[in-house]
Design a protein around this ligand. Structure first.
Ligand code: ZN
Length: 131
């Protein structure tokens, strides 16, 4: 996944603002390149899990389509655990073709951001190129 530094900062800011609850959002672009970021509500309002609100997700997906972009990734934060997908994250990864970004604030001074592809075959870490 290729992402500009400003979008990376935006995800980290969102994660910090919503802590101690998990934050989540959607990344749109073309191919593996992020060109737009959408903050979303965590419908679960939980410190240990997240889900996108279906109506909001529908609106975002429609906006992505209207702009001629594609769904590139889904991000969420782990306010106090490492930047690896939880069992629930893996179970609820419905889009095998997108990048799952996890932002960990376990060390508040050094947020960790990692990217994964989650398919039926398992979880594979992806490279993140910050441009
Ligand atoms: Zn998670």
């Amino acid at each position: 996944m290729q992402i500009e530094g400003k979008y990376l900062s935006e995800m980290i800011s969102h994660a910090r603002e919503d802590a101690p609850r998990e934050a989540c959002g959607i990344l749109a672009g073309t191919g593996h390149r992020v060109l737009r970021i959408y903050r979303a509500r965590n419908a679960q309002r939980s410190p240990t899990s997240y889900s996108l609100d279906p109506e909001e997700q529908y609106r975002i997906f429609r906006d992505i389509e209207d702009r001629g972009l594609e769904l590139v990734g889904i991000y969420h934060s782990h306010p106090s655990s490492p930047a690896t997908p939880s069992d629930t994250d893996i179970e609820q990864a419905y889009y095998p073709e997108v990048s799952y970004v996890v932002i960990s604030l376990a060390d508040p001074d050094e947020p960790q951001v990692r990217v994964f592809r989650i398919t039926e075959e398992g979880v594979a870490e992806e490279d993140m190129l910050v441009v």
